[in-house]
Design a protein around this ligand. Structure first.
Ligand SMILES: [Zn+2]
Length: 439
């Protein structure tokens, strides 16, 4: 499945089964032990020293193939200059692909500054144009978090839109919360996001006018602003907003999650960086990041279209429990939760359940249980192994682990039904235990 290649893509040698296993254990599974990571890291170190890459055969050996690049002698990253991996490739889905990626999944510290652009450099415009020629323009699939996406996550997290039950719901409430949150997020000295944030792509001219009229910009930066809005779909370099506005992006449009073409189904919550490519030319939409969201009216961010169905079922369970006098809180974790599950024991660990839930009795506000729900989006052995690993990590923690199998296809209605039944059974257990205690 993996081979070592030189920088021209010529094969040096195949990895044997034990070596592939070491790479998978180190970089494609959450909860890898320190020992497993060391073995994979040793292989990466050797590849780095010999100036070689890893070629992945997940696209059935078609050329050019997806490439994994050694980083800092101990980690790998997916090469953005080679084809995307297959959707179900373990290296595509790995949360722990590189230490840098793991760091970017950490919750920002209060007061962290989100510097989106540097000062203008003479070469930037040329680089931007060259980038357009080498295919850096238009849609690319991503599982990474660059600065722009980190900013979007911070904004959604602070606005609390990732929580169903306690967070703001409904478009008006949510966007008000977004604007409030933007006031507390600095893009540099004396530049809160709220000063340069617009949420209507049809008002790009208004944002450009505001960038022109602003006198002061943070040191070592240049005029820039951010558009955040809901996109119905993405067509190459054109983002079509839910209200039908077509916004052309000059650089890359990174779309989070699996799937190509029609399988990348919107709506998305999108952040667009608007800035001058070189500091002299007028600002333009330079790059964009898109994350699937719940619906055009609800910007709760999700990792895939399949999670929409999981969340829909969870919300029906929430309504059913509410009728019985129990409040179910549902949270989409936006950051690594290893600290919550492990404390400070293992700083390299990344644990991000698809959904976390809590159950309270409304009368007396009694806290009863937590639970975790995973959306099983693929049916491959590696994917199942990854989820089993997560289950092992989470089972034994206080709470309950539930799975929603969502591969799609003819079996989906049955799988949805099973998930509903599992949820109801869980709810009944929690209520019975509560009634015994309070009887
Ligand atoms: Zn692959």
């Amino acid at each position: 499945m993996l081979s070592v290649v030189d920088r021209n893509g010529r094969r040096v040698r195949m990895l044997d089964a034990a070596e592939v296993e070491a790479m998978l254990a180190a970089f494609a599974r959450p909860g890898a032990t320190a020992a497993a990571r060391t073995r994979g890291a040793d292989m990466v170190r050797k590849a780095q020293q010999r100036n070689s890459w890893f070629r992945c055969a997940c696209l059935d050996g078609t050329e050019p193939a997806p490439i994994l690049v050694p980083v800092a002698e101990s980690h790998i990253r997916r090469s953005p200059h080679h084809p995307d991996h297959a959707d179900a490739c373990p290296f595509e889905m790995g949360d722990a692909c590189s230490a840098a990626h793991a760091r970017r999944l950490r919750e920002p510290e209060p007061g962290d500054v989100f510097r989106l652009v540097g000062a203008a450099r003479p070469g930037d415009a040329a680089a931007a144009v060259a980038g357009a020629r080498t295919g850096r323009r238009g849609v690319c699939k991503t599982f990474e978090r660059d600065k722009l996406s980190q900013l979007l996550f911070k904004l959604l997290f602070d606005a609390q839109v990732h929580r169903v039950g306690r967070g703001p719901r409904g478009p008006v409430e949510q966007w008000e919360a977004v604007y409030r949150a933007a006031r507390g997020i600095p893009l540099g000295e004396d530049l809160p996001l709220s000063d340069v944030l617009h949420t209507d792509p049809g008002q790009l001219d208004l944002l450009l006018g505001c960038l022109r009229s602003r006198q002061r910009w943070p040191r070592m930066s240049r005029p820039h602003g951010v558009l955040v809005f809901v996109a119905a779909r993405i067509e190459g370099e054109v983002i079509v907003s839910a209200s039908g506005v077509r916004l052309v992006v000059e650089g890359p449009v990174a779309v989070f999650g699996p799937g190509r073409g029609s399988r990348r189904t919107g709506p998305f919550i999108v952040a667009v960086l608007v800035a001058s490519p070189d500091g002299r030319a007028p600002p333009v939409p330079m790059k964009a990041y898109a994350q699937p969201c719940w619906s055009a009216e609800d910007i709760l961010p999700l990792d895939s279209a399949r999670e929409r169905e999981t969340l829909d079922i969870l919300v029906r369970f929430q309504a059913w429990m509410a009728e019985e006098g129990y409040a179910v809180g549902i949270t989409k974790p936006l950051y690594d939760r290893a600290k919550y599950y492990f404390g400070d024991k293992d700083p390299d660990q990344v644990v991000k359940p698809d959904f976390e839930g809590t159950v309270h009795a409304v009368a007396g506000h009694r806290f009863l249980r937590t639970f975790v729900t995973e959306t099983m989006g693929f049916d491959t052995s590696e994917y199942r192994a990854k989820k089993v690993r997560l289950k092992q990590i989470l089972t034994g923690k206080p709470g309950c682990y539930l799975e929603h199998v969502a591969h799609g296809g003819a079996a989906q209605a049955g799988n949805d039904m099973r998930f509903r039944k599992d949820l109801l059974a869980f709810g009944k257990l929690v209520m019975q235990a509560d009634k015994r205690k309070t009887a």
